[in-house]
Design a protein around this ligand. Structure first.
Ligand SMILES: O=C([O-])[C@@H](O)[C@@H](O)[C@H](O)[C@@H](O)C(=O)[O-]
Ligand SMILES: [Mg+2]
Length: 406
């Protein structure tokens, strides 16, 4: 159970031109893959964001992990805190979150148990995910159009939903909004409702609307959305929207740590929290978030960012172990799976849900050739940080990401 070494490999993988409130996804997304080498050669896997700051944190803490027990994650957290003096609480949590997943993967492999069992056991055999729709260009400028095609209007969004639902069987739909004036996005949601009468729908403009606009959109989409995610910027603004909205409000932006829950509850700003083990301190604390939400009468869903299979496996084990995670989870995986670094076969969608991997640990195996290929891509790209705004400005120099915009 004793950690010998942490290997951190930055990787890049292809990403389509997905639009959001602050710009456009660049042609390559970045992640870090962690390999935690434990006595006897067992390796625990982890995956997390690949920005330079996270890579630096992981590199800084790696030597402090040697000699610790993978099951004693509180001691691992303390070692990380000590190795990152001056780092923000959020930064320390981000480092711990990634390493904790690798610890639990290694522990599961050593014990012959799936990670879900280390989290208390599965309450579901498969975890439902939603079709995560994005406005998008036909392809990256200067490249041939990608296989997804353009989605800049309601017809394009409905076609994209159809593609994702036909391929993966998703039973609910999320639209990334905050890209176009709200009436255009309301029209897209209405078109989705007509095309998919039984699919729960959500929209997430990432705080792009003023509270007045948020109230108006909420009123117009009353009876159509299962929840409205981060319509406005900050908890006070969300509380203003929430005061008149009839559907639940959800957030991953403004409640993203345990100390931000109380202020949100005090003002009834949101009724659903989207957890994310990368930000909330790993899988065990994210499982605790479920208990806190249950206690406070809050709904619980799951946030995602561009990611590959190690993250999908971790999300699936966590969601399977969380009884009150009753909304379909977000995932970007269909956009990025072609460049995955895990061996194919284990992770699959059946009726929009990912069956919980059965093997020990996370249940996925690293493909060393794929890891090397994606690491090369990272090195050759020279990229170090995600910059959606900078990329948007290459094609529209006046692009202004200031929010709220409408
Ligand atoms: O991938 C994106 O563009 C999303 O906007 C992502 O960055 C968000 O963090 C996320 O999906 C969300 O729900 O806010
Ligand atoms: Mg969101």
């Amino acid at each position: 159970m004793i950690i010998r070494e942490l290997l951190v490999t930055p990787i890049a993988f292809r990403d389509p031109p997905l639009l959001n409130a602050t710009g456009v996804h660049e042609p390559l997304a970045l992640r870090c893959v962690l390999r935690l080498v434990v006595d006897g050669g067992v390796i625990g896997l982890g995956e997390c964001g690949g920005d330079r700051s996270q890579l630096d944190r992981l590199t800084a803490v790696a030597p402090a992990l040697a000699g610790l027990n993978v099951l004693e994650t509180t001691r691992v957290a303390r070692a990380i805190d000590a190795a990152l003096p001056g780092e923000s609480a959020m930064g320390r949590r981000a480092a711990f979150s990634a390493i904790e997943v690798a610890c639990l993967d290694a522990a599961g492999r050593l014990l012959g148990q799936p990670v879900v069992s280390l989290l208390g056991g599965a309450v579901r055999d498969a975890v439902p995910y939603s079709a995560y729709l994005f406005y998008k260009w036909a392809g990256h400028p200067g490249s041939t159009p990608d296989e997804w095609g353009e989605a800049l209007d309601p017809d394009g969004i409905v076609a994209q939903a159809r593609t994702l639902i036909d391929e993966y069987g998703f039973g609910s739909i999320k639209l990334k909004g905050g890209v176009f004036p709200p009436d255009r996005e309301i029209a897209a949601i209405r078109a989705l409702r007509e095309a998919f009468p039984d699919h729960p729908l959500r929209i997430d403009p990432n705080g792009a609307w003023t509270p007045a606009t948020g109230r108006r959109v909420a009123a117009e989409l009353d009876g159509i959305l299962e929840y409205l995610e981060d319509p406005s910027w900050g908890l006070d603004a969300l509380a203003e929207v929430s005061a008149t909205a009839r559907m639940p409000l959800a957030t991953n932006m403004f409640v993203n740590s345990f100390d931000t829950i109380a202020p949100a509850v005090a003002t009834d700003a949101v009724q659903v929290i989207l957890g994310d083990h990368h930000y909330w301190g790993g899988l065990r604390l994210s499982r605790h978030l479920g208990t806190v939400c249950e206690t406070l009468g809050l709904g619980l869903s799951m946030h995602s960012n561009s990611h590959l299979g190690i993250t999908l496996a971790a999300m699936t084990h966590l969601a399977a172990a969380t009884p009150n995670l009753t909304y379909a989870c977000d995932t970007h995986y269909p956009w990025n799976l072609a460049d995955d670094v895990v061996k194919p076969g284990v992770l699959r969608f059946e009726g929009g849900a990912v069956p919980v991997p059965e093997g020990p640990g996370l249940g996925v195996e690293l493909d060393p050739d794929a890891l090397e290929r994606q690491h090369r891509l990272y090195v050759d790209s020279g990229r170090q940080v995600r910059d959606d705004t900078g990329y948007a400005r290459r094609f529209d120099p006046g692009y202004d990401p200031a929010l709220p915009r409408w």
